[in-house]
Design a protein around this ligand. Sequence first.
Ligand code: SF4
Ligand code: SF4
Length: 297
Amino acid sequence: MYRIRMHGRGGQGMKTASRILGTAFFLEGFEVQDAPRYGAERRGAPMFAYVRADRKTIYERGIIVHPDLVVVSDDSLIAMATAGVLTGLTAETPLLICSNREASFYHERYDLKCQVIVFRLPPTTSSRSPRSSSCAGAAAALLGMISPHNLNQAVAQELHTLPSNLLKENQQAARTVFDKLQDFKGIVQRRAKMEIGRPQWLDLPLEVASIAAPIIHAPASSLQMNTGVWRTLRPTIDLEECIACGQCNTYCPDGAISLNTEGKPTIDYDHCKGCLICLAQCPAQAITAQPEQEEVS
Ligand code: SF4
Ligand code: SF4
């Protein structure tokens, strides 16, 4: 069985990438599972999708903790422990990253023992990036048993609602990346069958929730959740331009903006998710947004 985990941020199309890859496997005659995993969150939040493919019926369920291939569409997620990109990686698990950097950069920064392969997104004429098709095409190249024809068909099936020019651009992007990575064709090793033990019977005493889950019932536990790591755009307030109207404080859905005694705002970047509602509401246009800089750890 092949087990592939694909990491990205909400809105980057990794769910679609997993569907394209799953459909390509299916067209090759494999049994397939593909599913995304994310919470009730927003664009920019870490998410992943996974694909299982086998010639036999797949009985395994749940998220993939021991992947044969990990695909990353946004390298800022690697340093983020909660994104779990490196979970279950061994020296035999290729790490495929969509990036403009060199593979050696990741080896040095994260002390990786596995093979790292990087690929770039092909240039596009539209404002919609063919990221999902490119990631699926890159994964298909490394897997080595998906034909260009079936990859093309899979993109067409999964993106059939796109206008024909965008669909064509996605098909071309998938093929371009697929062709560029042919030096790595077939490097993904199928892991030996996983041992799944019989479940043991557990006796769970029944307790009221306030006793069984005291942490959930403790006050202010949401402060422990650093939602600032979801942010891809960072709002910045120019206090010279600010007229202290308080609108940003009122509209911020996360209560991440506080006002001082003069009514001037401060953003709590640990909990600002980067939705930019504050920017849209500011009557003085005192708030601007910049792409979030990757934190160097
Ligand atoms: S972008 Fe603005 S409105 Fe959105 S969470 Fe951050 S501070 Fe609040
Ligand atoms: S909405 Fe704009 S002008 Fe009003 S307090 Fe916030 S930053 Fe200042």
